[in-house]
Design a protein around this ligand. Sequence first.
Ligand code: 13P
Length: 288
Amino acid sequence: MPLVNAKEMLTKAKAGHYAVGQFNINNLEWTKAILLTAEELKSPVILGVSEGAGKYMCGYKTVVGMVTAMIEELNITVPVALHLDHGSYEGAKKCIEAGFSSIMFDGSHYPIEENFAKTKELVETCNKLGLSIEAEVGSIGGEEDGVVGMGECADPDECKMIADLGVTMLAAGIGNIHGVYPENWPGLSFETLDAIQAKTGDMPLVLHGGTGIPDDMIKKAIALGVSKINVNTECQLVFAEATRAYIEAGKDKQGKGFDPRKLLAPGTEAIKAKVKEKMEIFGSVGKA
Ligand code: 13P
């Protein structure tokens, strides 16, 4: 199946009270692990690409080429959206040109009027081309690709204003943070989420910073209207841990254990297991 935008999968998720995972990709192994797991579990999936990861993978065109070819060569039949994560205005335009099926424009650091104006323009472009678009109100905490957010809670009225522009899905800060949560993290603000959902109705809401959020909070967030959950750091952590174990066990020094296809295999398997665990918690298994 060719790339699809994220609208249909997220509309179904919202109506069916489950969430579709966005798993960020960093290279070929990441992409392969996520696609194969989605296919095995018959789950729709969103591949997230941050601007930094896009640059690392030699540009958005390379990413589109790799992902579309892999879907074909691996006979992936489940719906796959290729989505720019936390895009700048310029980055969004580049991804649209390169052939992404979905973009996020993160204008949360602009004054709301500027976020509104830029989001509006990109919504028009995406609508014309049949792409889905995610907007953000209230910055997500933590650090991602050098962008540091304070983890604020979004203003529900501002969320409504942006949602009314016709965006496909909306990321709203509800105390969530990218990366590992600090010990003293107070948890998600369900009060804010509830107020946002009351104002935005059927609009699928996006929960960023999926790494380390306890399962009960994830389930409550889904019950309150979250239909897309982003996970990045957790896959990186399990990949690093499995690779470390391989090397610490001296396996790279046994026979041809240095072969990258062997060296990177435990990390790739670890990503598969993590993605499976998340899809089961999110409830997207069998929903393709
Ligand atoms: P984590 O790295 O905390 O899982 O967050 C991912 C994310 O929100 C990507 O936008």
